[in-house]
Design a binder for this molecule. Structure first.
Ligand code: ACO
Length: 333
């Protein structure tokens, strides 16, 4: 990684946005057979935010999070060179990043969507840093935003209790290579298990009468929860260890462990496997559930706003999810 580095990269701003509607576990139990006790013990989730306002989409949340990040450092949006929107729930299959570019006035930015489910933000940060390391771009806005509430079967208690909607954004800026703060990364994919977690496109049975062409639509989220759990708990610690070892850091050097906020039990199991104290684990999923690509930047923004994370802290960020995809990025804050 370092051999290609002309400039370093660092995160200089964070922002996030959540919908106003809060839905508690008790409220969930009014329409599916579940309970606060079951949900909290199995997942650590107490409540989630859902995007229900008429006419509002994930783009609106992404714009709000981006503007907060930009305003926090009084940046001129015209200085942004690239916008990467990590999402699996755009409101336009051709992509939503260009709408964000227009709405925030980043008229000089190239903008594209990136789909890697709950690993999307980690992949986004790594993609941004590659453009910066090579000297191609100076300022990159990376957004993780998802509204999986639009893709959940609200009568399926095994999935609907898990997800919430949110957006988080960071600005990654170039710096002198000596001050580089994106220290290392590791990414993996195993498509053999793609069916463990998917929102599949299904064709209708009736083909077009002359073209013999079938059209269809996307179905609800389907998930093999147990297998996804086992995958996360086994692969994420290995990814983190590889990433740290490559740069001669050990788990003892880690100040903060920020994992994709899928399930408190996954966070605890990964930290235990790595012998990282629970005090170093950043967790806010009790308030938001699994917000997919938004979960890491949302938790990062809260940790930064509350001064949990301090300058020079080693922050290990790891995402995992559908694909299956997973990856780690090590940051010196
Ligand atoms: N309320 C009450 N009972 C429930 C509920 C519910 N909401 N959901 C399932 N149950 C029942 C099941 O029907 C089952 O009953 P049975 O024993 O009579 O058959 C029982 O509870 C146990 O169900 P399991 O699925 O075995 O429960 P488990 O302990 O595995 O927990 C969970 C399920 C929470 C989904 C867990 O497997 C998990 O967290 N997996 C990881 C999922 C995840 O993180 N996915 C997101 C990845 S990121 C991304 O890319 C989007």
């Amino acid at each position: 990684m370092k051999s290609y580095m002309i400039q370093g990269a660092k995160i200089i701003a964070t922002g996030s946005a959540i919908p106003s509607l809060k839905v508690s576990n008790e409220q969930m139990s009014s329409f599916v057979e579940t309970s606060d006790e079951w949900i909290f013990t199995r997942t650590g989730i107490k409540e989630r935010r859902l995007l229900t306002e008429s006419g509002k989409s994930i783009t609106d949340l992404a714009v709000e999070a981006s503007i907060k990040a930009i305003n926090s450092i009084a940046m001129d949006p015209k200085k942004i060179d690239l916008i990467i929107l990590a999402t699996s729930s755009p409101n336009d299959l051709f992509g939503s990043a260009s709408k964000i570019q227009n709405e925030i006035g980043a008229i000089n930015a190239v903008a594209f969507d990136l789909t890697a489910a709950c690993s999307g933000f980690v992949v986004g940060i790594i993609t941004a840093s590659q453009f910066i390391f090579t000297g191609t771009y100076k300022n990159v806005l990376v957004i993780g935003a998802d509204a999986l509430s639009k893709w959940v079967d609200w009568s399926d208690r095994s999935t609907c209790i898990l997800f919430g909607d949110a957006a988080g954004a960071v600005i990654v800026q170039s710096c002198n290579s000596v001050s580089n703060s994106i220290l290392n990364f590791h990414l993996s994919t195993d498509g053999n298990y793609a069916d463990y977690l998917s929102i599949a496109y299904k064709e209708n049975l009736e083909p077009h009468p002359t073209l013999n062409l079938c059209q269809g639509s996307f179905k609800y989220i389907s998930m093999n929860g147990k297998e996804v759990y086992k995958f996360a708990v086994s692969q994420v610690p290995l990814s983190i260890l590889k990433c740290l070892n490559d740069i001669n850091l050990s788990v003892k050097d880690v100040d903060w462990l920020l994992l994709h906020q899928a399930n408190e039990r996954i966070l605890t199991a990964v930290a235990e496997k790595l012998s990282i104290s629970s005090h170093k684990v950043i967790s806010n999923l009790s308030k938001y559930g699994n917000t997919s690509a938004a979960s890491i930047p949302l938790a990062l923004n809260e940790a930064v706003q509350s001064n949990q994370v301090s300058r020079n802290d080693i922050v290990v960020i790891a995402g995992f999810g559908a694909g299956l995809t997973w990856g780690t990025v090590v940051i010196r804050w």
